[in-house]
Design a binder for this molecule. Structure first.
Ligand code: AMP
Ligand code: MN
Ligand code: MN
Ligand code: MN
Length: 295
């Protein structure tokens, strides 16, 4: 209200149209794939991509739930790669061979199990009595990860919040932290290419490795995540300009994890429908030939 009692006209924020980055119960999100579809429909989104860590298993259930609604489910997955001391996350979109890709990601899911066991062992050695069975139960059918260990520790009262757990024990270099098996960006991008997908560098502002951006295309990464819940408007403008300068297709999404990441909701980062059209044009038009000689 103005001092004269006249309602001031503020430009209404434009609603989000698509969201290409979120997690389900198949990895470390708290909402199952059908629930994500319901939320997307309630928001009036045209398309979503469920980008679980190391698994594409949400896609089938999401597609079934979205049938007949007009909501598009864009194939997506998030992989973790290593570049020096940085943990570089890559999003893969549009793959035509979901089953083959899911098979190729099996070794990463198995490595997650072994890593979780090792972290539980380290916590036990620190006197924190947590069991793998408790963590497994929290992960449910999905790819296990540090957030599930963090949840278990909060539930047993060892810490107040997941953030505290990461700060005290599970963060990079922490006393119960175990490094991930190293996967290079090139290898991840090659896995994507072999299964008909394109690759995007995720949340560059949290990565803080803009030095990597000029070389991305040469290393098989065609896209850059410009819009993200951790990017403010200025930051997104900056990354959009960088994307254009280096011939990268801009992508975007909220990185919604449901209740596990309070404050980040589906669609909280506005992404326009045209973004998907530009991304779709970057999808390989014919499935690439799968060479058995590539490991
Ligand atoms: P992992 O894939 O097992 O290495 O776990 C990484 C995941 O933990 C990320 O995808 C986030 O969902 C979550 N995460 C990372 N850092 C933090 C933090 N400081 N506090 C809470 N959750 C975090
Ligand atoms: Mn996560
Ligand atoms: Mn990430
Ligand atoms: Mn993510």
């Amino acid at each position: 209200m103005s001092p004269f009692g006249i309602k001031l006209l503020r430009p209404r924020p434009r609603p989000p149209e698509i969201d290409l980055h979120m997690h389900s119960t198949q990895s470390d999100g708290s909402v199952d794939p059908a629930g994500l579809v319901r939320e997307a429909l309630a928001l009036g989104l045209k398309a979503i991509s469920i980008t679980d860590h190391d698994t594409t298993s949400a896609i089938v259930e999401a597609r079934r739930s979205a049938e007949g609604t007009g909501l598009e489910i864009v194939p997506g997955v998030e992989l973790s790669t290593a570049e020096g001391k940085s943990d570089v996350h890559l999003l893969i979109y549009g793959f035509s061979d979901s089953e083959g890709l899911e098979q190729a990601l099996l070794r990463f899911r198995e490595a997650r199990e072994r890593r979780a066991e090792e972290m539980v062992g380290k916590l036990n050695a620190l006197g924190i009595e947590i069991t793998m069975a408790e963590v497994r139960a929290l992960a449910g059918p999905g790819a296990i990860g540090r957030p599930h260990l963090a949840q278990a520790l909060v539930l047993m009262g060892a810490a107040e919040t997941s953030q505290e757990v990461f700060r005290r024990w599970l963060g990079h270099g922490g006393s119960a932290w175990v490094p991930k098996e190293r996967l290079t960006m090139e290898d991840a991008a090659e896995i994507a290419r072999r299964h008909g997908g394109v690759t995007s560098l995720a949340h560059p502002a949290t990565l803080r490795r803009d030095d990597l951006i000029p070389t991305l295309r040469d290393r098989g990464v065609q896209c850059l995540e410009v819009w993200h819940s951790r990017h403010d408007v200025e930051c997104s403008k900056y990354y959009l300009a960088l994307a254009r300068r280096h011939g990268l297709v801009p992508t975007g999404g909220s990185d919604y994890h449901g209740a596990h990441n309070p404050g980040v909701t589906m669609g909280c980062t506005r992404v326009a429908a045209e973004v998907l059209e530009e991304l779709r044009a970057a999808f390989p038009s014919t499935p690439p030939s799968i060479s058995p000689s590539i490991p």
